[in-house]
Design a protein around this ligand. Structure first.
Ligand code: PMP
Length: 401
């Protein structure tokens, strides 16, 4: 018996599809700006020195491969949540943050949506910025949460539509769940300013909404892990019981290790215990317990002062290289008298830049210049380097002329 003849072909992943097209192209000067992973100055994947040293330390330790608890390794979740919330964070010190290790940021979001769909008493609606990381939608809808959008990107200014954002959050039913990118918004690279975050905190509090922070790029945006944690930490200081989804994929370059945390601020240690008991029941049927190696690497780096200092330097180096590519790209586009306003290339933050070019121009760049990016005109700044930036600027300039 054939059971599967009725299974329809699914659509290709919009981001991984770009990589496929890039791989098929045989031109020697091809450029891949689709991928969301850091590349060094020669366009190669980069393993951090601090990670290599932590690998050596772990290798020497000859640790066992016993199962971790359902909520993961204790040293890891303690150090990871101190990194996100700050060591002096009140709810951490008062023992009322429920934390579980997760399968990187995606897994943290999946715990969040799973928990919300079962236990949230407010409207089961997740408000996402428009646009957002594509995976947010199935992560919510897959567990029966409704998805709504709030305005975020202003096409005209290639900036933040702050008034639209506030209006939509204000008009959302009281108690809705509002997903916020903690920093380096993907895909736009546009973040609210600190003053705007403060306004958002007031508004979200007044509406009794629940703030869910997706923190996939701490340190990667500005090079400073404290600055990049501003929004989440400010909300916590203001008394929001936030949910936070933390990823170590980008800031430690641990993409494939799948290390992250899910956490929730609760009102008391007792409530934390009850919440944790249910978080365990969300995780258990998904994967029983998390993988150990990535968590050990993170805990070794965060828990060893010399490695921690070295890592801070390396995050800054990655962020600075990206920022320098932004400056160079902007200057080249101006030198080439490229029509349009390109200031956003410099003001945007993090891995990505929304260029503002049309899908036709994106296609033309692939067809004529062997340059690949997602259809929405998003480029990964990390894919640019001294060897290809001039070629990219010239090709982009031609494409919009
Ligand atoms: N959230 C956002 C906004 C992201 O950009 C990403 C990575 N592309 C993630 C979450 C999750 O990534 P990971 O599961 O690899 O940690």
């Amino acid at each position: 018996t054939n059971f599967w003849s009725a299974v329809p072909q699914g659509p290709p992943d919009p981001i991984l599809g770009v990589t496929d097209a890039f791989k098929r192209d045989t031109a020697p000067n091809k450029v891949n700006l689709g991928v969301g992973a850091y590349r060094d100055e020669n366009g190669k994947p980069y393993v951090l020195e601090s990670v290599l040293k932590a690998e050596d330390i772990l290798h020497q330790k000859r640790l066992d491969k016993e199962y971790l608890p359902i909520t993961g390794a204790n040293d890891f979740i303690t150090l990871a949540s101190e990194l996100a919330y700050g060591k002096d964070s009140n709810p951490l010190q008062e023992g009322r943050v429920a934390v579980a290790q997760s399968i990187s940021g995606t897994g943290a979001l999946r715990i969040a949506t799973g928990f919300l769909s079962q236990f949230y008493n407010g409207p089961k609606v997740l408000y996402l910025p428009d646009p957002t990381w594509g995976n947010h939608v199935p992560l919510a809808e897959g567990v029966g949460l409704k998805v709504q959008r709030y305005r975020y990107f202003d096409k005209k200014t290639v900036g933040l539509d702050f008034n639209g954002m506030k209006e939509d959050i204000k008009n959302a039913e009281s108690g809705s769940v509002i997903l916020l990118h903690a920093c380096a918004q993907n895909p736009t690279g546009i973040d609210p300013t600190q003053e705007q975050w403060k306004e958002l905190s007031e508004l979200i509090k007044a509406k009794k909404h629940l703030a869910l922070f997706d923190m996939a790029y701490q340190g990667f945006a500005s090079g400073d892990i404290i600055k990049d944690a501003f929004a989440a930490r400010y909300f916590v200081e203001q008394g929001h019981q936030i949910i936070l989804c933390q990823s170590f994929a980008k800031n430690l370059g641990l993409y494939a290790e799948r290390a992250g945390t899910f956490s929730m601020v609760t009102s008391s240690p007792d409530e934390k215990e009850r919440v944790l008991s249910q978080i365990k029941r969300v995780i258990r049927p998904l994967y029983s317990s998390p993988p150990v190696h990535g968590a050990q690497l993170v805990a070794t780096i965060l828990g060893t002062p010399e490695l921690y200092e070295q890592w801070l330097g390396e995050v800054k180096k990655m962020a600075d290289r990206i920022i320098s590519m932004r400056d160079q790209l902007y200057n080249l586009l101006i030198e080439l008298k490229t029509p349009g306003e390109w200031g956003h290339i410099k003001s945007q933050i993090g891995m990505f830049s929304f260029t503002g070019i049309s899908p036709e121009q994106v296609q033309a760049l692939a067809d004529h210049a062997h340059i690949y990016m997602t259809k929405d005109g998003r480029i990964s700044m990390a894919g640019l380097n001294e060897h290809n930036i001039k070629y990219f600027a010239e090709s982009l300039s031609k494409a919009v002329k």
